[in-house]
Design a protein around this ligand. Structure first.
Ligand code: SF4
Length: 753
């Protein structure tokens, strides 16, 4: 059988008796986009290095891409075959089955549930946007369920939804990428890192480590609005260590100064905005003294930062999870940043925040196949109106997990999870585990046996980096002033019966009787690329993909895609949905202001979700190449706060919220706000016994709130940040996570010998 790898162009040579092939492929150990050169010797992948010819990373790779990617490919704990549960849920007893048997069982059970309870009783789950977004929605729409969950509701989704409501509207994915990105390639003279540290994290196809480092090394004015200062790349000129979840107040304070001092872009505000006058009135409610009280920042520094951003052109705001994960006021805080970009004239400009092009692709979700009466049943859609917006309409994850347990407003009995470690990635770990156990059908496709897969009825082996080959349709890579339509990894190895997400969904779609909608992967790829006038074979011959150049100031020719055709500072859609159409600060559900009694007992503020460059969310903890860089989760706090509590670097501490507590090792520094404690997310311990794999010891979501009332009112985002907590010194565990991991490595090595 010819594999797809054979249609890739390779440089081939004989080295003695060895056949050495070299391929240029795009890395997919995260959202992806960096160019690599992969060396295959006698059929086995031996080396992955950076591709210096790639215009985005120019040879640089992060720790996940080289040795770690080879270790992941050949790791002995990979799931290689479909397995069906034979013991109790979570007991770890499995029977190997064929793909055909697994798919027959899944399709049969899905139909059984649909007949008994309706199509909405089967939900689908996805993780990060790893290119399965469109194909999973296609199957869900054909099947008739509106319940597809995604991590996006608190990761990137808020920026997408805010941008769509305020600016892109009907142009979203039709010529314009929905969300504006910091245009590092356009020589920004001022960079504002607002709740985002892109050099250790990437998103929406924007690779942070190389382009942002280059941009900072050109010494623009560097402003940081974040309770935790990022690792340096050039000096930070202004640091506003704001109280978590007061971002909307801070942005409104900036707008107050900018409008009061007439530093705004008059031509843009007069000709292209809807609601600028109303904004002028609204910002009067945010004088500097009040904003300083709310944010705990110096009023002069706030004014200085606002003036600097408004007058140092071009200026970009690097936004990210910092404002995506604020709970009740996420949407307004995120919208405030977009409005700042607009009124300062930094929107869709070189070096500002640009709407990169959305290439002409044939997206294939088939939204018209989902009957309106089924769409109306989307869990969470009745209260969080923005989650109903296509093309990324999804069900609200906490609402789904609560519904599985309560069966209200209707029963949900099946959950098909494609590439998501649900147990570790959503708030309230205990509730999620209980929900997963209650399902009649839990299917998990993944690369390792995660705490979620442990609870499944059927586990399917997923193909990962270097094992899958598709054109990218989601989170397209943003390179030097162009969007790159590239491939998702490349199928250079075939091990066991691992299948890509596309291959799984195509096969399941056919089993469910939708053969006409699920042709071969190649036909899908060609159909999707058709509007670009290229074929899948053509694309595979372009190692960096096809570049679609940026066009700036598009709104001057065509206006914005909103109902008024303007940049909607006053949002007509939010008004229609019944929300405040102008930006405003709302106190977080837990705070010194909203819950003063709780603040007395929990006098620190907890932010979860700190990014670690060696791990992509919940992945990578079983890879020695990565785990050796970070053997256990580490909390961060200010040296003075720690010292007042009798805590020193490398001590263990208890971090406690009203929902639970975790013991973690701590590091102390002077770059974290004195009232803030930060912990990383995504942790579980593959080496610890299943089914939990240590989640109640290390997973930040044990501490996080999943109450719907505390989620963002517009989109439902959960408050992963700005929770009240208390910290105390803890006894060191008898055997630390690090020690246990080292022991497990030693044991495995001995066993292997
Ligand atoms: S940043 Fe992502 S795409 Fe780039 S090398 Fe690291 S894992 Fe690969």
């Amino acid at each position: 059988m010819e594999t797809q790898s054979q249609s890739r162009e390779a440089s081939v040579r004989l080295l003695g008796a060895d056949l050495v092939e070299q391929f240029k492929v795009v890395c997919r150990m995260c959202h992806g986009g960096c160019g690599t050169i992969v060396e295959r010797v006698n059929g086995a992948i031996k080396r992955v290095v950076g591709d210096r010819d790639n215009p985005i990373n120019r040879g640089a790779l992060c720790s996940k891409a080289g040795a770690a990617s080879i270790e992941q490919l050949y790791h002995p704990d990979r799931i290689d075959f479909p397995m069906m549960r034979v013991g109790e849920k979570g007991e770890g007893k499995w029977r190997r089955v064929s793909w055909d048997e697994a798919l027959d069982h899944i399709a049969g059970k899905m139909q059984e549930i649909k007949v008994a309870h309706g199509a909405e009783a089967v939900a689908f789950g996805r993780g990060t946007g790893i290119n399965n977004t469109h194909i999973v929605s296609r199957l869900a729409n054909l099947f008739g369920t509106p319940n597809v969950t995604a991590i996006a509701y608190f990761c990137y989704g808020p920026r997408v939804a805010v941008s769509k409501v305020t600016a892109t509207g009907n142009y979203s994915q039709k010529g314009w990428d929905t969300t504006p990105i910091a245009d590092f390639y356009g020589q920004p003279q001022c960079i504002v890192q607002w709740g985002s540290q892109k050099r250790t994290s990437n998103d929406h196809g924007l690779i942070g480590h190389t382009p942002m480092t280059d941009a900072l090394n050109r010494k623009p004015v560097n402003i940081v609005v974040d309770p935790r200062k990022p690792k340096p790349a050039g000096p930070v000129d202004i640091w506003l260590p704001l109280r978590p979840a007061t971002d909307a107040a801070m942005a409104l304070g900036w707008m107050n100064v900018i409008i009061e001092e007439e530093l705004y872009a008059k031509e843009f505000c007069e000709n292209y905005c809807h609601g600028f006058e109303e904004l002028c009135q609204r910002v009067k409610e945010y004088p500097l003294s009040k904003v300083a009280d709310i944010t705990w920042c110096d009023p002069e520094m706030i004014a200085h930062a606002a003036r600097t951003y408004a007058t140092t052109k071009p200026g970009c705001i690097v936004w990210g999870n910092g404002t995506d994960q604020l709970g009740n006021n996420t949407f307004q805080a995120t919208r405030s940043l977009l409005i700042l970009m607009g009124i300062t004239g930094n929107l869709d400009t070189p070096g500002g925040n640009a709407f990169y092009p959305a290439p002409k692709l044939n997206y294939f979700e088939l939204w018209d196949k989902l009957p309106p009466e089924q769409a109306a049943k989307r869990l969470g859609g009745d209260r969080f109106k923005a989650i109903n917006m296509t093309p990324y309409a999804y069900a609200h994850p906490p609402a789904l997990y609560q519904t599985i347990l309560s069966e209200k407003p209707y029963p949900v009995k099946g959950y098909i999870v494609v590439g998501n470690n649900t147990v570790t990635c959503f708030p309230n770990t205990r509730r999620i585990i209980d929900a997963m156990k209650k399902l009649d059908l839990l299917v998990v496709q993944d690369i390792f046996m995660t705490p979620t897969a442990e609870l499944a009825d059927i586990v399917l082996p997923a193909a990962g980096n270097l094992e899958r080959d598709e054109p990218r349709f989601h989170l397209l890579t943003k390179g030097p002033q162009a969007t790159f339509v590239d491939t998702v990894s490349s199928k250079l190895a075939e091990i066991g019966e691992r299948r890509s997400d596309w291959e799984f969904i195509i096969a399941l779609g056919r089993k469910l009787g939708y053969e006409e909608y699920f042709p071969t992967l190649e036909e899908f790829a060609n159909e999707g690329l058709k509007p670009m006038g290229i074929t899948w074979e053509d694309l595979k011959k372009r190692p960096h993909g096809v570049e679609v150049p940026v066009e700036y100031y598009k709104y001057r020719k065509m206006g914005f895609g909103t109902p008024t055709g303007k940049f909607e500072i006053y949002s007509t859609m939010m008004k229609e949905w019944g929300y405040d159409p102008l930006p405003a600060h709302v106190e977080p559900p837990e705070s010194p202001v909203s819950t003063p009694d709780r603040w007395k007992q929990y006098p620190l503020i907890l932010n979860t979700g700190a990014k670690q460059p060696m791990f992509w969310h919940s992945q990578g903890r079983q890879l020695k190449a990565l785990r050796s860089l970070n053997t256990e989760p580490i909390a961060e706090m200010h040296v003075k706060t720690a010292s007042d509590l009798g805590i020193q670097k490398d001590d263990y501490i208890w971090i406690e919220t009203v929902r639970g507590k975790l013991r973690m090792k701590v590091t102390v520094n002077e770059v974290t706000h004195e009232k803030v404690v930060t912990i990383p997310h995504g942790w579980w311990l593959p080496e610890a016994p299943g089914p939990d794999h240590g989640v109640f010891e290390v997973c930040s979501n044990v501490l996080v709130d999943d109450e719907l009332d505390n989620c963002d009112v517009v989109l439902g985002s959960s408050p992963l940040k700005a929770m009240l907590c208390r910290v105390s010194k803890a006894e060191a565990p008898e055997r630390s996570v690090t020690q246990r991991w080292k022991d497990s490595i030693a044991t495995n090595t001995v066993a292997a010998e």
